[in-house]
Design a protein around this ligand. Structure first.
Ligand code: SF4
Length: 480
């Protein structure tokens, strides 16, 4: 029997095509495996985002509420979606369904969708993948094991599945149902990522036939995978220890194709640190800048996570190229105290931060989000004062800054360098910890510092990103 796999994107993500899922689709199609994408996330967004029940639907996923804590009214709406999606997926006649559990906030969505697919057609093989099958920051696939134990899935892939899923569907040896080890590949070749037509997404597909603002003329893609740094609080190096990148020409070809064939004017990169390699980064920026100028394209913009570095490590022509190509950067500045930055292993100092902002003060460079960490384990009151002063110092760049993100105080992923500090006690959640070497930094004190920053933000009318999602997460944490 010929196999067919339907790849499913479940809520709750930005309502846009998922680059990783498309990359996976391409690998499957290159191997002549019948496959297509079903985007339940986008469907939910289209049907509910303008309705009053949207707030409760978002809360349900963000706080990972269970059936008992869900009102009957909301449950009826959710069940309607799960049955509808199961029916639509089954109508695509798959032998396999592959669900991408993007984060921990996709878990309850996944398990109830699995349940409805199983109920409607128990013969379909259900396969799970994505970072959400792991406890955040842990290599252990606790959610994969949970779903297996309840027969909600048949298999899961713990780690990068592009190669393994192909092997699996071709009945070749592969790593599957591996609870303890996150699989990642050194040799995953991103350079063969051929540019694609957006037709299969927002333009003609039945799921993207009514483009919504964020997708309109947007290309979602990536240039690199992984990160070259190993900051102490971050789970990226834990989950993806390898760094890989596309060739500048290959990436530029994809962008040019999107511009010429689909009139794309905006790119969202899903990179963790797009400028990990200056050589690769500046090379495709140069190609793009020259192309935009030659074709007199003025309204172009791209956005990505970008890594600050020391001034010695950022060539000055970077700023010119960021400006010429319309960069909207998301930057994890994290702190302003050199003691804290050193401890975080950020590899830059306070004066590097201000040097960067001064040089990047150009008409077409904007900051999509500036991210910070309040209440890092070693943060003293003096560090916190430096932090506040640093925030105030950045107010002068407010016209360039679209949003600020102060998070929900410092999270400590299991396995990270922070989790191995001597004298740190870890609780059930990543934000639950106590560091004996900094005894006054209790949970209450961390929340107190966060509220001081909230107040400062209100006084200066800062636009806080994901404020709603963050406050829902903090609410769920403080109720523990
Ligand atoms: S630069 Fe960003 S992605 Fe890379 S390790 Fe540090 S925090 Fe993580």
């Amino acid at each position: 029997m010929n196999k067919k796999i339907v790849l499913v994107s479940v809520p709750r993500l930005d309502p846009a095509p998922q680059a990783n899922l498309r990359f996976l689709l391409k690998k499957l199609q290159d191997a002549n495996i019948d496959s297509e994408i079903f985007d339940a996330n986008l469907d939910l967004y289209k049907r509910y985002s303008d309705l009053p029940s949207w707030a409760d639907i978002e809360r349900w996923g963000i706080q990972q509420q269970d059936r008992q804590n869900t009102s009957n009214e909301l449950w009826q709406e959710l069940e309607k979606s799960f049955s509808l999606w199961a029916e639509q997926i089954i109508n695509l006649h798959p032998t396999h369904v592959g669900i991408c559990v993007f984060t921990g906030e996709s878990r309850n969505w996944t398990q109830w969708l699995c349940y409805h697919i199983r109920k409607a057609n128990p013969d379909i093989v259900i396969v799970l993948g994505g970072k959400g099958i792991n406890k955040p920051g842990r290599p252990n696939a606790d959610f994969g094991e949970y779903c297996l134990s309840w027969n909600l899935c048949d298999y899961y892939f713990n780690g990068e599945s592009e190669l393994e899923l192909v092997n699996f569907l071709q009945d070749r040896p592969c790593i599957v149902n591996n609870p303890d080890t996150f699989v990642s590949f050194n040799d995953l070749d991103l350079s063969d990522f051929v540019y694609y037509s957006n037709d299969e997404y927002q333009l003609t597909s039945k799921w993207y036939d009514q483009p919504i603002n964020v997708q309109d003329k947007l290309l979602k893609t990536y240039s690199t995978r992984g990160c070259v740094k190993k900051c102490t609080f971050c789970d990226v190096p834990l989950l993806r220890s390898n760094w890989s990148m596309r060739s500048p020409q290959n990436l530029f070809d994809e962008i040019r194709f999107a511009i010429e064939e689909h009139n794309v004017r905006s790119i969202a990169f899903t990179d963790e640190m797009i400028n990990g390699s200056n050589k690769q980064f500046l090379a495709w920026l140069e190609l793009l800048a020259n192309y935009l100028e030659k074709n007199n394209i003025q309204d172009f913009q791209w956005e990505s996570q970008f890594g600050l570095k020391s001034k010695q490590s950022i060539p000055t022509r970077t700023f010119d190229l960021l400006d010429r190509t319309g960069a909207a950067l998301t930057i994890g500045i994290d702190h302003f105290s050199n003691a804290v930055l050193d401890h975080m292993e950020k590899r830059y100092k306070q004066d590097d931060i201000f040097w960067f902002f001064e040089n990047a003060n150009k008409p077409k460079i904007t900051y999509k989000i500036l991210m910070f960490i309040v209440g890092y384990p070693t943060e003293t009151l003096a560090d916190f004062e430096i932090f506040k002063n640093g925030i105030v110092e950045l107010f002068q760049y407010q016209p360039q800054i679209q949003a600020w993100d102060f998070g929900q105080t410092c999270s400590i992923p299991f396995g990270s360098k922070l989790s191995k500090l001597e004298n740190i006690e870890l609780g059930a959640q990543q934000v639950d910890w106590y560091y004996h070497n900094n005894p006054t930094l209790t949970k209450e004190e961390r929340l107190n510092r966060l509220s001081i920053i909230d107040q400062l933000s209100q006084e200066h009318q800062l636009n806080l990103t994901r404020a709603k999602a963050t406050s829902l997460r903090v609410e769920s944490w403080t109720q523990q």
